[in-house]
Design a protein. Structure first.
Length: 425
């Protein structure tokens, strides 16, 4: 694939903790990218009949096909070789990969012994940056004690003790939004947020950067989201203490309403969103990947009596996103005027694909009770007839596709990993 980049005469080595959906696809990404010249994967346990089973797990995928066909096309040959079964050594498309199968606690993995500088934590179990590295139950900071210089969590932070705040050495970064805020002298524990937050951030940023759309009155988001491994294939009895019973229902034949932390995580990367009062929810549907964000927004506008002077129209929105796409050298945002369905966009290398044909706006005049607004000057109340006034408001709906597994999230976290590693030099 790509050309191997030089890292100041030091061999770049990446650690990946887990071969779950994001861990496995992160391995695919970096094997293809070839920035890291060696990869160490920790499983912390034996799998099947050993390395042959692990090689097969890495090679084949129910969503994207086999790794060699995904990277090189239908006529390509296999690219995984078993070098040393006992030591867990593989060669994948020329990249040495070592699979560790002994320790599950991050502090005990031994990244130092393998010259690993940066680790991707992809188990979904170690999400609290306030827990000490030597905690018996394990901690994301354990990777640092194990020898890594920095660690990226493949999900949003979740702090169990609500009295605690995010520590100074932890930060949430989304590539293309705020990744340049990384400070190696300060930040050791990073979160790449989530797939939905990544797509949402790239939808919101162009709006905030445009004068006509920067003053958002209200915003809400629903993600029509593919299933994840946190759900059940068939109905099952919930564990003690579980509050969301719907995630224990069958993913095969249900539309399932659930929550998402995308709005809270968005504030971490775009602080000005805090003033909007953002709401978010998730609708899980029986597909394996490619999700859709439905973003609802309201803007105060300056519509004239003829209704033709409103600054935020469907054309304005689409032109705004088209311009953002045209001025994006990395194509993190794509603007599409095609009539897409979800499978059309699986694997698309972009944070978000704006569905231009389906975006739309509507302008209405709402009655505002001026007397009910706190701290309104008396002079203004006297000037407003009957204590109320009509205000023109635009309601907008924006639709954005994102491959919640490989195309959007894993690729952007891969971009972040390379940027962080280069910044660590």
């Amino acid at each position: 694939m790509g050309k191997v980049e030089v890292f100041e005469n030091k061999r770049p080595v990446l650690g990946i903790n887990s071969l779950g959906r994001i861990g496995k696809l992160t391995l695919w990404h970096h094997v293809a990218r070839k920035y890291f010249q060696e990869i160490v994967v920790n499983l912390g346990r034996d799998v099947g009949n050993g390395i042959p089973a692990i090689a097969q797990i890495i090679e084949k995928d129910a969503t994207y096909g086999s790794i060699h066909k995904f990277l090189y096309g239908i006529n390509s040959k296999r690219i995984i070789e078993i070098v040393d079964e006992k030591k867990g050594k593989l060669l994948i498309d020329g990249i040495p990969v070592t699979v560790l199968r002994e320790k599950r606690n991050p502090a005990e993995i031994g990244w130092r012994d393998h010259a690993v500088d940066l680790v991707i934590e992809a188990t979904g179990k170690f999400q609290d940056p306030t827990i000490a590295a030597d905690d018996k139950g394990g901690s994301i900071k354990g990777h640092l004690a194990s020898g890594a210089k920095a660690v990226i969590n493949s999900s949003a932070f979740k702090i169990k003790n609500k009295a605690l705040s995010t520590p100074d050495d932890a930060v949430t970064l989304i590539y293309g939004i705020n990744h340049t805020a990384f400070d190696y002298k300060k930040h050791k524990v990073l979160s790449a947020a989530s797939c939905t937050t990544t797509g949402l951030a790239h939808m919101i940023k162009p709006l905030l950067n445009n004068a006509a759309t920067s003053k958002i009155l209200t915003a809400s988001m629903s993600t029509v989201h593919a299933v994840t491994n946190s759900q059940s294939i068939l109905d099952k009895t919930p564990k003690a203490g579980e509050k969301d019973l719907r995630k224990n229902r069958s993913t095969l034949n249900n539309i399932i309403l659930t929550s998402t932390n995308a709005a809270a995580a968005l504030i971490q990367v775009i602080p000005e969103v805090k003033d909007i009062g953002f709401m978010a929810d998730s609708i899980r549907v029986p597909t394996n990947t490619e999700s859709l964000i439905v973003l609802n927004l309201t803007f105060q506008t300056r519509a004239g009596a003829d209704g033709k002077k409103e600054p935020v129209t469907t054309k304005v929105l689409n032109d705004l996103y088209q311009k953002a796409a045209d001025n994006d050298p990395e194509h993190l945002l794509i603007f599409s005027t095609e009539q897409n369905v979800s499978t059309d966009l699986i694997g698309t290398d972009a944070a978000i694909v704006i569905e231009g044909q389906f975006n739309h706006t509507r302008t209405a005049h709402i009655d505002v009770d001026v007397a009910g607004i706190p701290n309104v000057p008396e002079e203004l109340l006297k000037a407003v007839p009957e204590g109320s006034m009509k205000v023109p408001v635009v309601h907008a709906k924006v639709f954005g596709w994102y491959d919640n597994e490989y195309g959007s999230y894993t690729n952007r976290m891969g971009d972040l990993a390379v940027y962080v590693h280069k910044s660590m030099a």
